[in-house]
Write a protein of this length. Structure first.
Length: 544
């Protein structure tokens, strides 16, 4: 039996735009709560959310934003992020998600590569001065014509929207097609530069809808979303899964805080909770965990990185999430390709990433020959269907390297499939690091560190971590006569690359383990590092 499966479904794909879908939900569930953001004292019913999205869409039209224009958003989780997501979709603008952790070099690249012409940003987040950073790179982004700071200009945008008629907005919407590009999400690049996965209405609306179907959302569900909106987990599995079912999006904070998640889950009577494994670990380990009433929880989604089996069991028992599911996917596939079902046997729900999603195909192939392997054998997981991205923005070569002639997306992940179609992720062909649900590509960090005058060569690897799944480690070869230190290299990184990309561990070496043909053997580096750092316990954690 071969490792191939297609996802049957009695429900057809949604053949509509995101705006059309939100309109139908607002008409059906107008008085139900749609979006609750306690840290901003914000609440909106579906009717109110629809009205605010309409105003914001008309405001963007008033500012000269047109179909196909790239509109960047650089902000932590706030209600305005959600409104902008739907407002840009309704006018056919392409939303460019900018990671709140980005620093100047990453911001400059994302704005320039996407050709962003209109940027919506928070004034600051944590210790990061967004306005100051933007002023540093604006000159290198000639297509950026306007930036709107949320704290200063949001009200004005909505006021300007009142001067644009509903008929004008309706005319714009009537020209949109559900296959239009609507979103660009940057994924770290193996060549040192991020790639902009370009997604359509059809991609992300349907993926969110079928995720919601799998966990059986209704208008009675209230979904706590502590994962970031800039990532598919937040804006697709969170926002679109909710709005396609009339469920309520509950935002516990600008960024993840376990106490806030537990408190808001109790106070808002949430029935579903999301997170990467590290988030659930932090919640379970919180000193006041037993003081919170989580009795209304029934389901949720764990995704983003491999989940330790024992953590999954604790989430089901101690957090009352007996119907929790695991999702597997990648940004380029909108994102979910497989998901466990509510009625799957316990061992499958805690030990695999489920089965193929509706209207999607998956196969496991030999990485060298691309031939489908037998069930039980490991190989590269590939996926095909409506969910596969349109391509990487302005990067035909990278697109061709990821999507083959038969339209299969090659994930780079090693997997097995059993006779019943359940998939287990067993490793990665690529050397991508997944730290706390964030994808980090070593080459990007290596390229950055090469610019340090004391660095001759550098190799970056992932080493196991109980809390984050993996941590970043850099092996550094110094230039002759130079003596770089951990302090000087960390100082070089701070403020210039995202904090989660700064290596947690450093090792100074004279050479790297190499093959006879001159290729660096990163698996040997990882093995040696596990021993030297005493990470054997973390390396032995069993995951799905």
């Amino acid at each position: 039996m071969l490792s191939y499966a297609s996802g049957p479904s009695s429900l057809p794909l949604l053949g509509e735009t995101i705006g059309e879908n939100l309109r139908r939900t607002a008409e059906r569930y107008g008085d139900s709560e749609a979006l609750v953001v306690p840290h901003q004292a914000y609440r909106a019913t579906y009717r109110q959310l629809w009205e605010q999205v309409s105003l914001a869409a008309r405001g963007l039209i008033a500012r000269g934003v047109r179909r196909g224009d790239r509109v960047g958003i650089w902000s932590p989780n706030r209600f305005e992020w959600v409104v902008v997501q739907y407002a840009t979709a309704r006018i056919g603008a392409i939303l460019v998600n900018i990671n709140p952790a980005y620093r100047t070099s990453e911001l400059e690249y994302a704005l320039g590569q996407s050709g962003t012409s209109f940027l919506i940003l928070a004034r600051a987040f944590r210790q990061a001065d967004y306005v100051g950073m933007l002023s540093e790179v604006k000159g290198a982004c000639p297509e950026l014509r306007e930036a709107l700071v949320l704290e200063d200009g949001w009200g004005a945008l909505l006021r300007e929207g009142s001067g644009v008629s509903d008929e004008t907005l309706a005319d714009v919407e009537s020209m949109l097609q559900f296959d239009d590009p609507i979103n660009i999400q940057y994924t770290s690049g193996t060549t040192g530069f991020p790639k902009g996965a370009t997604l359509s209405h059809h991609n992300i609306l349907n993926n969110g809808f079928f995720v919601g179907e799998t966990v059986q959302y209704t208008s009675e569900d209230r979904v706590c979303v502590p994962v970031p909106f800039y990532h598919c987990f937040g804006m697709v599995l969170g926002n679109l899964a909710c709005t396609s079912h009339g469920a309520c999006i509950v935002v516990p904070g600008e960024a993840f805080d376990p106490a806030a998640v537990l408190r808001v889950t109790e106070e808002e009577r949430c029935t579903s909770l999301y997170g990467v494994p590290t988030m659930f670990i932090a919640e379970l380990e919180h000193a006041g965990f037993d003081d919170y009433d989580l009795s209304r929880l029934r389901t949720g989604i764990m995704a983003g990185s491999p989940c330790p089996v024992e953590v999954m069991k604790k989430v089901q028992s101690r957090m009352n999430m007996r119907e929790v599911t695991i999702c597997y996917g990648m940004t380029e596939t909108s994102p979910v390709s497989t998901q466990s079902a509510l009625d799957d046997p316990l061992e499958k729900r805690v030990g695999t990433v489920g089965r193929v999603h509706p209207h999607v195909e998956v196969k496991v192939v030999d990485p060298e020959s691309d031939v489908i392997v037998s069930c039980g054998a490991s190989g590269e997981l590939c996926t095909r269907g409506y969910s596969v991205m349109l391509g990487y923005w302005n990067n035909e070569a990278a697109t061709a390297g990821a999507i083959d002639g038969a339209h299969w997306m090659h994930t780079g992940d090693l997997a097995t499939m059993d006779d019943d179609g359940y998939v287990n992720i067993v490793g990665r062909i690529k050397d991508m690091i997944i730290r706390g649900g964030e994808n980090i590509y070593p080459r990007e960090i290596e390229e950055f560190l090469y610019a340090h005058p004391d660095v001759s060569d550098v190799q970056v690897i992932g080493v196991p971590s109980v809390r984050y799944g993996e941590e970043v480690m850099a092996w550094v070869k110094a230039r002759e006569g130079a003596t770089p230190t951990v302090d000087t290299l960390e100082a070089f990184c701070r403020g210039r690359i995202a904090t989660n990309k700064i290596p947690r561990y450093w090792k100074f070496v004279d050479a790297f383990p190499m093959t006879v043909t001159g290729k660096v053997q990163k698996y040997l580096m990882r093995q040696a590092s596990v021993e030297e750092l005493g990470l054997q316990a973390a390396a032995s954690v069993t995951t799905a």
